[in-house]
Write a protein that binds this ligand. Structure first.
Ligand code: FAD
Length: 471
């Protein structure tokens, strides 16, 4: 009988643990459950949904090359997954199904319910560890707790990693053609936003592998020096591909090792710094699983729940639209809306500006990011936002509030990024672009700063100082 493989955020045929395990048993049939209403309720917007659709289409094509049909089903909510998959298994005469685990709360519950439904029906559903080198719970502190701080987590990760955990899984050999036809991959219905031009983010394993190769060939060794400068393409831009599993973290790690004498922690400073970022990605998945309150819109640091967030619609709108009068913030927000991606340095700057300078609830920013990001991933997004707002793990100490103007001068010294995204400021001298005064702005359609840095900083410090002590 055929074995089912349920694809989710692992849209690839190479190094796919569930697919490889299923293919070892015999003929395989793939299935993808599209769950638009629930994904939208989770906050994912047009860019991510469009990238997913294109990724599923690319996957279906790759699978067709192996004679593996990909079936496509629409469901309204995750709780329909068990019945839908079970019905499919029965219809196809499959006795087992394989999938790769996902760790945020709703996804983990969905997967547990599927496993239970299959067991109750006398069938088997196997959840594999695939997206991470260590499943949540496998790396714990000396006291047996989930790590709540990154640096010791990363140390433990490096200490415990083995070749086995990073070994690539074989892509299946082509199988004999089955009598089941693949489903066409439906278009998306009309969404609230229009997705960005798909050519910015070509979907599939091929484009992902190309990006990895180009990054390692031209930029990997300069990563530590260049990654903070948004005017330079110094980072891999692989995040959307990692988020949807068009490339695996193991493929990334293996490619680094091939360039770096087999090492991950020693050797070239650029490459090892990049490995560190991949470990951040894994860390936040452990946080989502180990501290499920963060999946329920709660702060990681409980005492920060008492922060008096401001109700400031005008401020929030100005931030969303890139009209705060702080050019680095505005350029970054326009990059996000125009491309579905924002440079990491600027994610930190803009998130801190919203949560500290405007003292607006970080959850509103988290949601706006998710609505626009093509790489929107719960763990990294929530982790990044809570870091910036000083409510999370490794929280930026609340008194370290980025000065956006200084950040701009430091990380975009020639004002090139500013000129690219704020053409209205391109005529100013590079130096003046960081904080154009009123005299320079006459006749230019660009707002004056909506808050004063010093006063805003003092307001944020007060809010944090008045919190009850951390328990
Ligand atoms: P590179 O620098 O090339 O890094 C390689 C990979 O490591 C990335 O593709 C990503 O998978 C991972 N990574 C890098 N930095 C981090 C990090 N700080 N935390 C977790 N993983 C990391 N990343 C997302 O993938 N999805 C998100 O929704 C997301 N939201 C964020 C929100 C905020 C407020 C902040 C501060 C960061 C967020 N990040 C998110 C992390 C980071 O900004 C992006 O992963 C990175 O900018 C993607 O660009 P890149 O692929 O060129 O990264």
């Amino acid at each position: 009988s055929p074995t089912l493989v349920w694809f989710r955020s692992d849209l690839r045929i190479h190094d796919n643990t569930a697919l490889a395990a299923a293919a070892r048993r015999g003929p395989v049939i793939g299935v993808f459950l599209r769950c638009l209403p629930q994904w939208q309720a989770h906050g994912h917007g047009a860019n991510k949904l469009d990238f997913t659709r294109r990724g599923v289409a690319a996957l279906s094509e790759s699978l067709a090359g192996l004679n593996i049909p990909l079936l496509h089903r629409d469901i309204e909510a995750f709780d329909e997954a068990p019945a839908t998959l079970l019905a499919l298994a029965r219809e196809l005469g499959a006795e087992a199904m394989h999938f790769n685990r996902e760790y945020p709360l709703d996804e983990a519950r969905r997967d547990a319910a599927v496993i239970e439904a299959f067991e109750d029906a006398g069938l088997a559903a196997h959840g594999h560890r695939d997206a991470v080198a260590f499943a949540p719970g496998e790396l714990l502190t000396g006291k047996g707790d989930v790590y709540g701080v990154f640096t010791p987590f990363a140390k433990a990760w490096h200490k415990a990693i083995t070749a086995d955990r990073l070994a690539l899984q074989d892509a299946p050999e082509p199988q004999t053609r089955l009598s089941v036809d693949a489903d066409p991959i439906p278009e998306l219905p009309e969404l609230e936003d229009t997705p960005v031009d798909g050519r910015l983010w070509p979907a599939g394993e091929g484009p992902a592998a190309d990006r990895l190769e180009r990054f390692l060939r031209f930029r990997g060794r300069h990563y530590d020096d260049q990654r903070d400068f948004p005017a330079i393409r110094g980072t891999s831009e692989l995040s959307p591909y990692l988020a949807l599993g068009m490339i695996s973290h193991r493929q990334c790690m293996q490619a680094v090792m091939a360039e770096n004498d087999g090492a991950l922690a020693d050797g070239d400073a650029g490459l090892t710094a990049w490995v560190g970022e991949l470990i951040w990605r894994e860390f936040y998945q452990h946080i989502a699983a180990g501290f499920p309150r963060v999946c329920r819109h709660r702060a990681f640091q409980r005492h920060t729940e008492a922060l008096p967030w401001r109700d400031d619609e005008a401020g929030f709108r100005a931030w969303c639209e890139g009209r705060t009068g702080y050019p680095i913030v505005d350029a970054a927000m326009r990059q996000l809306v125009a491309t579905g991606w924002m440079h990491n340095r600027l994610r930190m700057v803009t998130a801190m500006f919203l949560s500290k300078h405007l003292l607006i609830d970080w959850r509103r920013g988290e949601a706006f990011f998710l609505r626009h990001l093509v790489d929107g991933e719960f763990g990294a997004n929530n982790g990044g936002w809570q870091w910036a707002a000083s409510t999370g793990t490794d929280a930026a100490p609340y008194f370290r509030i980025f000065n956006p103007t200084t950040q701009s001068q430091r990380f975009d010294p020639e004002g090139r990024f500013l000129a690219e995204w704020l053409p209205e400021l391109a005529e100013l001298s590079p130096k003046a672009r960081h904080a154009p005064g009123n005299d320079l702005l006459s006749g230019v359609d660009y707002p004056a700063p909506i808050v004063d840095h010093k006063a805003a900083r003092a307001r944020a410090l007060d809010a944090f100082k008045n919190l009850p002590p951390a328990s």
